[in-house]
Unconditional design. Structure first.
Length: 364
């Protein structure tokens, strides 16, 4: 299923090298490129032939015969225009001109974020657009179930498997990823920040959550897997009917996640809350593969999660993690993940197994 409304594209670029870069980017997206013209007279003919369609026109300011007033007429006709400076970086007096990107990926990002129609910034993403990347939602059945630790380390282990991964901080009540990994001003990033090879991180805020669906569709063009830390989902059933901004990402995750990781603990109260949650959770229509994770499995912390909880919801994987508070504390002190602080630790190895299972091709 296409993620974007597929436009009819015309390129009008005279520089062969830049024209090749643009073409590679467009063809990689599966967009319908109907004309690749080399001067303005050819451009005018191509636009006339394709009138009545949703046109996306990509041009360079050094196109022979091009004039600003003629370009403005095309904009007023409803075409979405993307103008790029000439080889020297000169906009030649045209307005709303972009600097030339150096990679097809950067060009794609410019287009996805800045689709213009009649000179107005309007995204061409359908409300029903889907994210191409595999989406993994991580939520805690309570406030002390280490869901952020699991999310961060799942992301790191996925990256080590050569899966290009984006970790999203969506725990609005108690965001912690930026502090735990010493990522200052992460929330001010326009998109995401690279953390290590194959791993980038994004933090959502009240100001940025309104265009979350657009952001995640765009991210899906660049990442194989997206892991979202939802924070506590103890009252998820109620939040699904809550239209306030703090519940928006959780609602989206329930509808779109490929994998849902639920973290809990094996104390008496932890098990009681887990049972109550799973009873209500079983009534939610969910297509995701489920992973129920006991983050404090050891003789000192109480019994492991039993397979009986698996019967509450079909296709639920049970993970009893050998909790290692010392390794977790060391990771906090070093502002890093378990892979760096406790590479040979049992907890890190078990999370790596979980990452392998989640990164494997879907059974659906």
């Amino acid at each position: 299923m296409d993620l974007l409304e597929v436009p009819t594209v015309i390129t009008a670029i005279s520089d062969p090298e830049f024209e090749g870069l643009v073409s590679r980017a467009l063809f990689s997206q599966g967009w319908n490129v109907v004309a690749r013209v080399m001067d303005f007279s050819e451009l005018h003919k191509a636009v006339t032939v394709n009138s009545g369609t949703k046109l996306l026109l990509i041009f360079s300011t050094d196109l022979p015969g091009i004039q600003a007033d003629e370009i403005n007429k095309l904009a007023s006709s409803g075409a979405s225009l993307f103008g790029f400076a000439d080889q020297s970086g000169d906009d030649r007096g045209f307005s709303n001109i972009f600097a030339r990107p150096t990679t097809p990926e950067n060009l794609t990002l410019i287009i996805l974020e800045n689709i213009r129609s009649s000179g107005v910034r309007t995204p061409m993403i359908h409300a029903s657009a889907k994210c191409r990347a595999k989406v993994v939602a991580v939520g805690g059945i309570g406030h002390t179930t280490a869901n952020t630790t699991i999310a961060m380390n799942l992301a790191q282990e996925s990256a080590l498997l050569a899966v290009k991964t984006l970790l999203i901080e969506a725990n609005f009540q108690a965001p912690a990823i930026a502090a735990l990994l010493d990522l200052r001003k992460l929330s001010s990033e326009p998109r995401w920040r690279e953390f290590s090879e194959n791993l980038s991180i994004m933090e959502l805020t009240q100001e940025t959550v309104s265009d979350f669906e657009t952001r995640i569709v765009i991210a899906g063009e660049f990442f194989d897997q997206i892991i979202i830390d939802l924070g506590s989902i103890a009252f998820l059933a109620k939040e699904l009917s809550d239209r306030r901004w703090g519940s928006a990402v959780k609602t989206w995750a329930v509808r779109n996640a490929d994998n849902f990781v639920l973290t809990t603990i094996s104390t008496f109260l932890g098990q009681k809350r887990c049972d109550e949650f799973m009873q209500s959770f079983s009534k939610i229509s969910l297509a995701a593969e489920l992973h129920l994770v006991n983050t404090h499995s050891s003789n000192k912390r109480g019994p492991e999660l039993s397979a009986s909880r698996k019967s509450l919801i079909r296709s639920t994987a049970i993970w009893n993690l050998p909790w290692d508070q010392r390794s977790c504390q060391l990771a906090i002190e070093e502002r890093t993940t378990l892979q760096q602080s406790a590479e040979r630790g049992a907890l890190r190895k078990e999370i790596a197994k979980m990452a392998q299972a989640i990164c494997a091709p879907s059974k659906k």
